[in-house]
Write a new protein. Structure first.
Lengths: 290, 229, 289
């Protein structure tokens, strides 16, 4: 960022001006903050009892940690199933057979277009009529299925575009040494495409983790649901939501950083980025598909 | 059974206004899309600006908002902004929640618009900025006249993805007391659980009908507007 | 070379997960079968019994860490005990309103104590024992608010209920068409909006409201109006072919006669100052069909 070509390094006068602007901006921000706090205080939301409970073990042991476990469990299962779904349909979209390509394409496009919440509600209400899963596991299954169909489709697209972005020479070389087309895909192209897509995949993990929060609408006991139950038992729902949001932010921020680190590393190990990127004006971004 | 089944299913549409529910989602998407684009552009400007504190504020905003589940943000808008702080965006009770939901959707997606624009800025060759500076343009002028126009054209695809995500995420407004499609689907399924498959596919295809053209338009636009390099 | 090793690892991982998934699914099925069979030996002290309750309604059915508390839960414990199941043979299953019939029809639970009103429509698909309590739709208002004594007073006021609830619609349709309706995911959110003064009332069954009002943090801030506008007979939901109805009704009658019923009610929602509608409570269990 410091070597940005968009502007000169600020001189002494600009720096002075910046200081003043910063002071003014800080005053404004602090002012808004103070107003918010005073309003909250007037409504009794700053009552220390509502907050200090988070310094004790009970809400963590009874609600937040089990909720976090629920969130992580759903996310972990969904990541694995999405990866499988993504590999299968990603390869399907690269298949030599026109029918397989068309079917995979239709499946992927369909599930990318349907809101995750809609799918979760459908599986939750639908599966309960079929008696296929333990009722206790039903919300988890519905959450995981909803997440899998959507994120699996995103993964499938990543696999496909990753392979398409490989230099042609990779496949040509594979075919030249006598590999069949499917072998070339499996042994040469997809592994490299996956490596090249690793940062994007890692960013998608953030999306999965966040979307588990939709599970509370279908009574899956995840972090947001735990926070709401904690809040209804203690009468501090706003505070509980703040704490839950902070937990989400910390975990997702760590995941995003991980994605950034990966992006820096894997570039060396794959020809997936061999196509020279245009020189950038700012530090590279990990653009996250929402 | 077959005949009656379909008839009964169709009779559901007399009782429940599916189109009106989808119209709410489209409106949510439209207003939140515009607001998010404006806010996201401002954030992107902040993040490439010469002022360190602005860059810091921009990236903090993006980090915080991008990593919070949308559901929490929407619930916060209703319970926090309206419930506690008394923020009223419309004197009409229901419109107020609609606007609060638009606000929640906008601030969330603005973070993604900002990221999309940054990736667009990355497609602009350094030479463009150097040339802009060389002819004496300052930061504002070079950003406004040279960088951003090209960045927008380079960012059509990711911006389109944000718009598609926003369309689907408009269903989360249900958590903010807005009667939209996902809520109606739930009500309809609970009312007629025997036709659950048809109901689900009606709504699912409704979204496909909105989202797929958006996707196609994005692809066409990003090709047509791509800056030849 | 590296790429190749990774490919092998990925393939292996994918195979493993596939295997894990399918075996996981298999486990689930056998599991369901096993518990299903076990619970069929009802009456005996063998096996477990699966009881559906709410997990998120303080005072009625609430999951507090590993503990389950509330009036519904305590009644369920008493009944289960009478049927020969001790506390550790009970498996609590979350039964949200939208899922209750499904859970009973698919055998996911053996009985349900979850603010489950006996209605003719529901009787077509499930059967009921009880009632063990008669609730009525009522209003929760701020403790110092005397302007609302019934649903008619809600004209132009803000009312909160949970998304998709029929009780709020009933007030709009039958009492005060000009009511502003806020729909929230749960009643806890409604109470937060109420204590903040953003809404004037929360509506649902009186005992649910009393449970919310009895939460320590809300004590003294809110009150149940005490003017119920409907009659909700809370029954014990059972599968249609259940043979437990008679035994459950007997247990409920005993519970009412030996004073446990009143005791449980006071313990769970007494702190709100709410008193059950004495004309209808304690109810007499209806004859089993």
């Amino acid at each position: 960022m410091s070597e940005s070509v968009l502007f000169d390094a600020p001189g002494p006068r600009t720096r002075r001006r910046m200081v003043w602007v910063n002071v003014a901006a800080t005053v404004v921000v602090v002012g808004i903050g103070a107003w918010v706090l005073s309003r909250l205080g007037a409504k009794g939301q700053l009552n220390p009892d509502l907050w200090t409970i988070f310094l004790t073990a009970d809400p963590w042991v009874d609600y937040l940690l089990p909720g976090l476990v629920g969130t992580l469990r759903a996310a972990a299962i969904a990541i694995v199933t999405s990866a499988v779904f993504g590999l299968v349909f990603g390869l399907g979209r690269l298949s030599a057979s026109r029918t397989v390509r068309a079917v995979s394409g239709a499946v992927v496009e369909f599930f990318r277009a349907v809101p995750v919440l809609l799918m979760m509600i459908f599986f939750w209400l639908g599966l309960s009529r079929l008696d296929l899963v333990e009722p206790r596991d039903l919300p988890l299954v519905a959450v995981v299925l909803g997440l899998t169909f959507y994120n699996g489709s995103v993964f499938a697209e990543l696999v496909r575009s990753g392979v398409h972005n490989l230099p042609k020479g990779q496949r040509e070389a594979a075919l030249a040494v006598g590999l069949r087309r499917s072998q070339s895909l499996r042994l040469v192209e997809v592994p490299q495409a996956l490596l090249a897509m690793l940062p994007a995949i890692a960013s998608q993990l953030v999306v999965i983790l966040k979307d588990t929060a939709l599970g509370y609408i279908i009574t899956y006991p995840e972090l947001l649901d735990a926070a709401r139950r904690l809040g209804s038992g203690q009468g501090n729902i706003l505070q509980s939501l703040v704490v839950a949001a902070l937990i989400f932010i910390v975990i997702n921020y760590a995941l995003t950083r991980l994605a950034g680190l990966l992006a820096g590393r894997v570039g060396l190990r794959t020809s997936g980025r061999a196509k020279a990127e245009p020189p950038s004006l700012v530090v590279a971004t990990g653009t996250t598909p929402t | 059974m077959d005949d009656g089944y379909l008839e009964q299913f169709l009779s559901l549409f007399d009782q429940f206004d599916v189109l009106a529910a989808f119209w709410v989602n489209i409106q949510l998407t439209f207003y939140a899309g515009i607001l998010a684009l404006v806010l996201g552009t401002v954030l992107a400007m902040m993040r490439i600006s010469p002022v360190p504190s602005l860059r810091w504020a921009g990236s903090t905003y993006v980090t915080l908002l991008r990593n919070t589940p949308l559901t929490i943000i929407v619930v916060f808008c209703v319970l926090g902004l309206w419930g506690q702080l008394g923020l009223v965006l419309s004197t009409d009770f229901q419109t107020n929640f609609f606007r609060l939901a638009v606000l929640g959707l906008s601030v969330y997606h603005a973070a993604f618009v900002c990221e999309a624009l940054r990736s667009g800025v990355n497609t602009v060759p350094v030479g463009q900025a150097e040339a802009a500076r060389a002819i004496g343009l300052g930061f504002w002028a070079s950003a406004r006249l040279v960088i951003l126009p090209q960045a927008f054209r380079g960012a059509i695809a990711p911006l389109g993805n944000v718009l598609i995500a926003l369309t689907k995420n408009s269903t989360v407004a249900a958590a903010g007391s807005v009667a939209e499609a996902s809520g109606l689907m739930k009500t309809m399924i609970e009312f007629r659980p025997d036709v659950i498959l048809l109901i689900f596919f009606t709504f699912a295809f409704g979204f496909v009908l909105i989202v797929v053209p958006l996707g196609l338009a994005t692809t066409t636009l990003s090709r047509r507007l791509a800056v030849a390099r | 070379m590296r790429a190749r090793r990774l490919a092998v690892a990925l393939t292996a991982a994918a195979t493993l997960t596939l295997a894990a998934c399918s075996s996981g699914g298999g486990d689930d099925d056998t599991d369901a079968g096993a518990t299903g069979e076990a619970s069929e030996t009802s009456g005996g002290a063998e096996g477990t019994i699966r009881i559906g309750i709410k997990f998120d309604q303080p005072g009625l059915g609430f999951q507090d860490g590993d503990e389950y508390t509330g009036f519904d839960v305590d009644v369920a414990r008493y009944v289960a005990d009478a049927l020969g199941y001790s506390e550790d043979q009970i498996e609590w299953v979350q039964s949200p309103s939208a899922q209750r019939e499904n859970l009973l029809q698919t055998g996911g639970v053996d009985m349900i104590f979850a603010t489950y009103s006996i209605t003719d429509k529901r009787k077509e698909v499930v059967s009921f024992a009880g009632p063990y309590f008669v609730a009525g739709q009522d209003l929760l208002v701020a403790a110092d608010d005397d302007s609302i004594s019934g649903p008619e007073d809600l004209e132009g006021k803000n009312l909160c209920s949970v998304t998709g609830s029929t009780s709020a619609q009933r007030i709009k349709d039958e009492y005060a068409a000009g009511t502003n309706l806020l729909e929230q995911p749960g009643y806890a959110e409604c109470v937060t909006a109420l204590t903040a003064g953003s809404v004037d009332a929360v509506t649902t069954d009186d005992i649910i409201l009393a449970g919310l009002a009895a939460v320590p943090a809300n004590e003294g801030k809110v009150k149940v109006v005490g003017n119920p506008v409907s009659e909700e007979n809370y029954g014990v939901g059972l599968p249609l072919d259940s043979d437990k109805c008679e035994a459950i009704n007997e247990a409920i009658t005993t519970m009412i006669e030996d004073g446990t019923w009143q005791e449980l009610l006071d313990k769970n929602v007494g702190a709100s100052g709410y008193e059950a509608n004495a004309d209808l409570n304690p109810p007499e269990p209806a004859a089993c069909s």
